[in-house]
Ligand binder design. Structure first.
Ligand SMILES: Cc1cc2nc3c(=O)[nH]c(=O)nc-3n(C[C@H](O)[C@H](O)[C@H](O)COP(=O)(O)OP(=O)(O)OC[C@H]3O[C@@H](n4cnc5c(N)ncnc54)[C@H](O)[C@@H]3O)c2cc1C
Length: 460
């Protein structure tokens, strides 16, 4: 399997079935609109979608440095998950029980909302709701995950939100090489993310929203977007640049780009899929500290991702960072470890991209009317459904509606700044190494290395 990595295509597998099939139009040298959105990913597109739905005459422009969907939105793992990076109990520690439960209720409902739009707008992105499984690959993970379930139930989540499955029950969803049980939740669907992005873009083009591509924005200031061909003036400028935000003065040290990398196998035969028992295309990850994630695509490939690629000094983002052979090899070995039945399958694609990670792992939507500025993002690895929720939150707030969304605790939440360099570089890369070493200690010794785990928990 790892041998085939050498010949794998170095673009997201999603592009095989969903392409940007229109010619790019760059921004004119001077323009005026009601709302200018910087960043043509899901945050920007959903914002344009709900703004144009609320008031069809609003003049909207999305300004994108590359092509629509170039960023994380067009290359992610395709989990449309109702879970935030922080669990309900962790959000409750921060904002209180009611606010945490309300946030989760709205987040779970976002999956229905994505499905509604996909169906009503005929966006063919292979939306499928199969739920999600977080499997315990070791006994240590099993106790940790069971405790997670217990805490969420204690908070007020029900068995319909998440529940513990025995190893035998896990096999009804998926046959893994080794499992000590798993958390199952129905609140997760899968999509082809690039098809979702291009489908939304098509809807917006039909609504006469400007999609200005190949236009790099240098500065956002007082309702003005300065870009490499000129400027756009707007009553509101929305920044939706996620992992690429460090270059803007408003978001310097607010969000760091952490790379997540992915591979995809060739389409598996019906016999192999049946061997895997992957009947309802549930998404899969495990209980390790180092995040991995997988989906079985509509054409029966395993699209498998993992974090752990190095953080680059001064929050740099480069196309070349998308490919890191040792991380891609580690991800490929993970597939073979969890699914020995596919150990001989070829890897046909490998790619990666930056996530936007705030210091406290809490995403935010801020709106400053007097500065004519709004921002949404900081979803870490859980942005597919959250971009939809945060865009609706932004539009409701902008239109001064009193809705359950405008009362969520993410509004005008300010995460602490990340440390200045070189401490950020040293700290983040040390944490990445630490989580890897805790996982391998747990796998070898069947117990958590207490001191390392304490340092890890304290630093996060
Ligand atoms: C490999 C990978 C796997 C992931 N897997 C999942 C998953 O399975 N499920 C999930 O929920 N989330 C996942 N995520 C996270 C999720 O994809 C993101 O949270 C989400 O797509 C963020 O959307 P966005 O629109 O805010 O940002 P992006 O999609 O990153 O869009 C930002 C856009 O801004 C543009 N831009 C940047 N700077 C400028 C500038 N100066 N001028 C103009 N434009 C600019 C960029 O080109 C980019 O297109 C994953 C991310 C990655 C990288």
């Amino acid at each position: 399997m790892t041998d085939s990595l050498r010949d794998a295509a170095t673009f997201p597998v999603w592009h095989e079935t969903a392409q940007v099939d229109w010619q790019p139009e760059a921004a004119p040298s001077a323009a005026e609109v009601d709302v200018a959105i910087v960043g043509g990913g899901l945050s920007g597109l959903w914002t344009a979608f709900y703004l144009s739905e609320a008031e069809p005459r609003t003049r909207i422009a999305v300004v994108e440095a590359r092509r629509i969907g170039f960023g994380a939105s067009g290359r992610n793992g395709g989990w449309c998950s109702g879970f935030f990076p922080l669990l309900p109990s962790e959000l409750a520690d921060r904002f209180g029980r009611d606010a945490a439960l309300a946030a989760y209720r709205e987040s779970f409902a976002s999956i229905d909302e994505v499905q509604r739009v996909v169906e009503s707008e005929a966006i063919e992105c292979q939306f499928h709701r199969g739920g999600t499984i977080q499997s315990a690959s070791t006994t240590v993970q099993a106790s940790r995950l069971q405790e997670v379930v217990r805490r969420q139930h204690h908070l007020g989540m029900t068995r319909d939100d998440l529940r513990w499955l025995s190893p035998v029950e896990v096999r009804e969803h998926l046959r893994l090489a080794e499992t000590y049980g798993a958390i199952f939740s129905p609140h997760c669907a899968t999509v082809n993310p690039h098809a979702l992005v291009t489908g939304l873009a098509r809807v917006l083009r039909a609504r006469r929203v400007h999609l200005w591509e190949d236009t790099v924005v240098h500065e956002i200031r007082d309702g003005m977007v300065e870009h490499d061909h000129g400027h756009v003036r707007a009553a509101l400028v929305v920044q939706a640049t996620e992992g690429y935000s460090n270059g803007f003065h408003q978001t310097k040290r607010r969000v760091v780009p952490l790379y997540s990398l992915m591979v995809a196998t060739e389409p598996l035969s019906a016999a192999v899929v049946s061997d895997l028992g992957w009947t309802n295309r549930v998404t899969f990850n495990d209980g390790g500290n180092m995040v991995i994630y997988a989906q079985l695509t509509a054409d029966n490939r395993i699209a498998f991702g993992g974090r752990g690629a190095p953080y680059h000094f001064a929050s740099r983002v480069r196309d070349s960072f998308d490919l890191d052979t040792s991380t891609h090899r580690r991800i490929t070995e993970s597939i073979a470890r969890h699914f020995p039945a596919v150990a001989d399958a070829s890897i046909t694609h490998r790619w990666g991209g930056p996530l936007g990670v705030p210091r406290d792992w809490i995403p935010t939507m801020t709106l400053n009317r007097s500065a004519r500025y709004a921002r949404l993002g900081g979803y870490t690895g859980d942005g597919v459904a959250a971009t939809n929720l945060f865009a609706r939150m932004l539009v409701d707030t902008w239109h001064q509606r009193d809705t359950p969304l405008t009362r969520l605790p993410f509004i005008n939440h300010h995460s602490p700044l990340w440390e200045p360099e070189p401490f950020r570089f040293l700290g983040i890369n040390a944490l990445l190494k630490l989580s890897e070493s805790i996982d391998s200690h747990e796998a070898r010794h069947g117990a958590s290395p207490r001191i390392r785990q304490r340092i890890f928990d304290a630093l996060l």
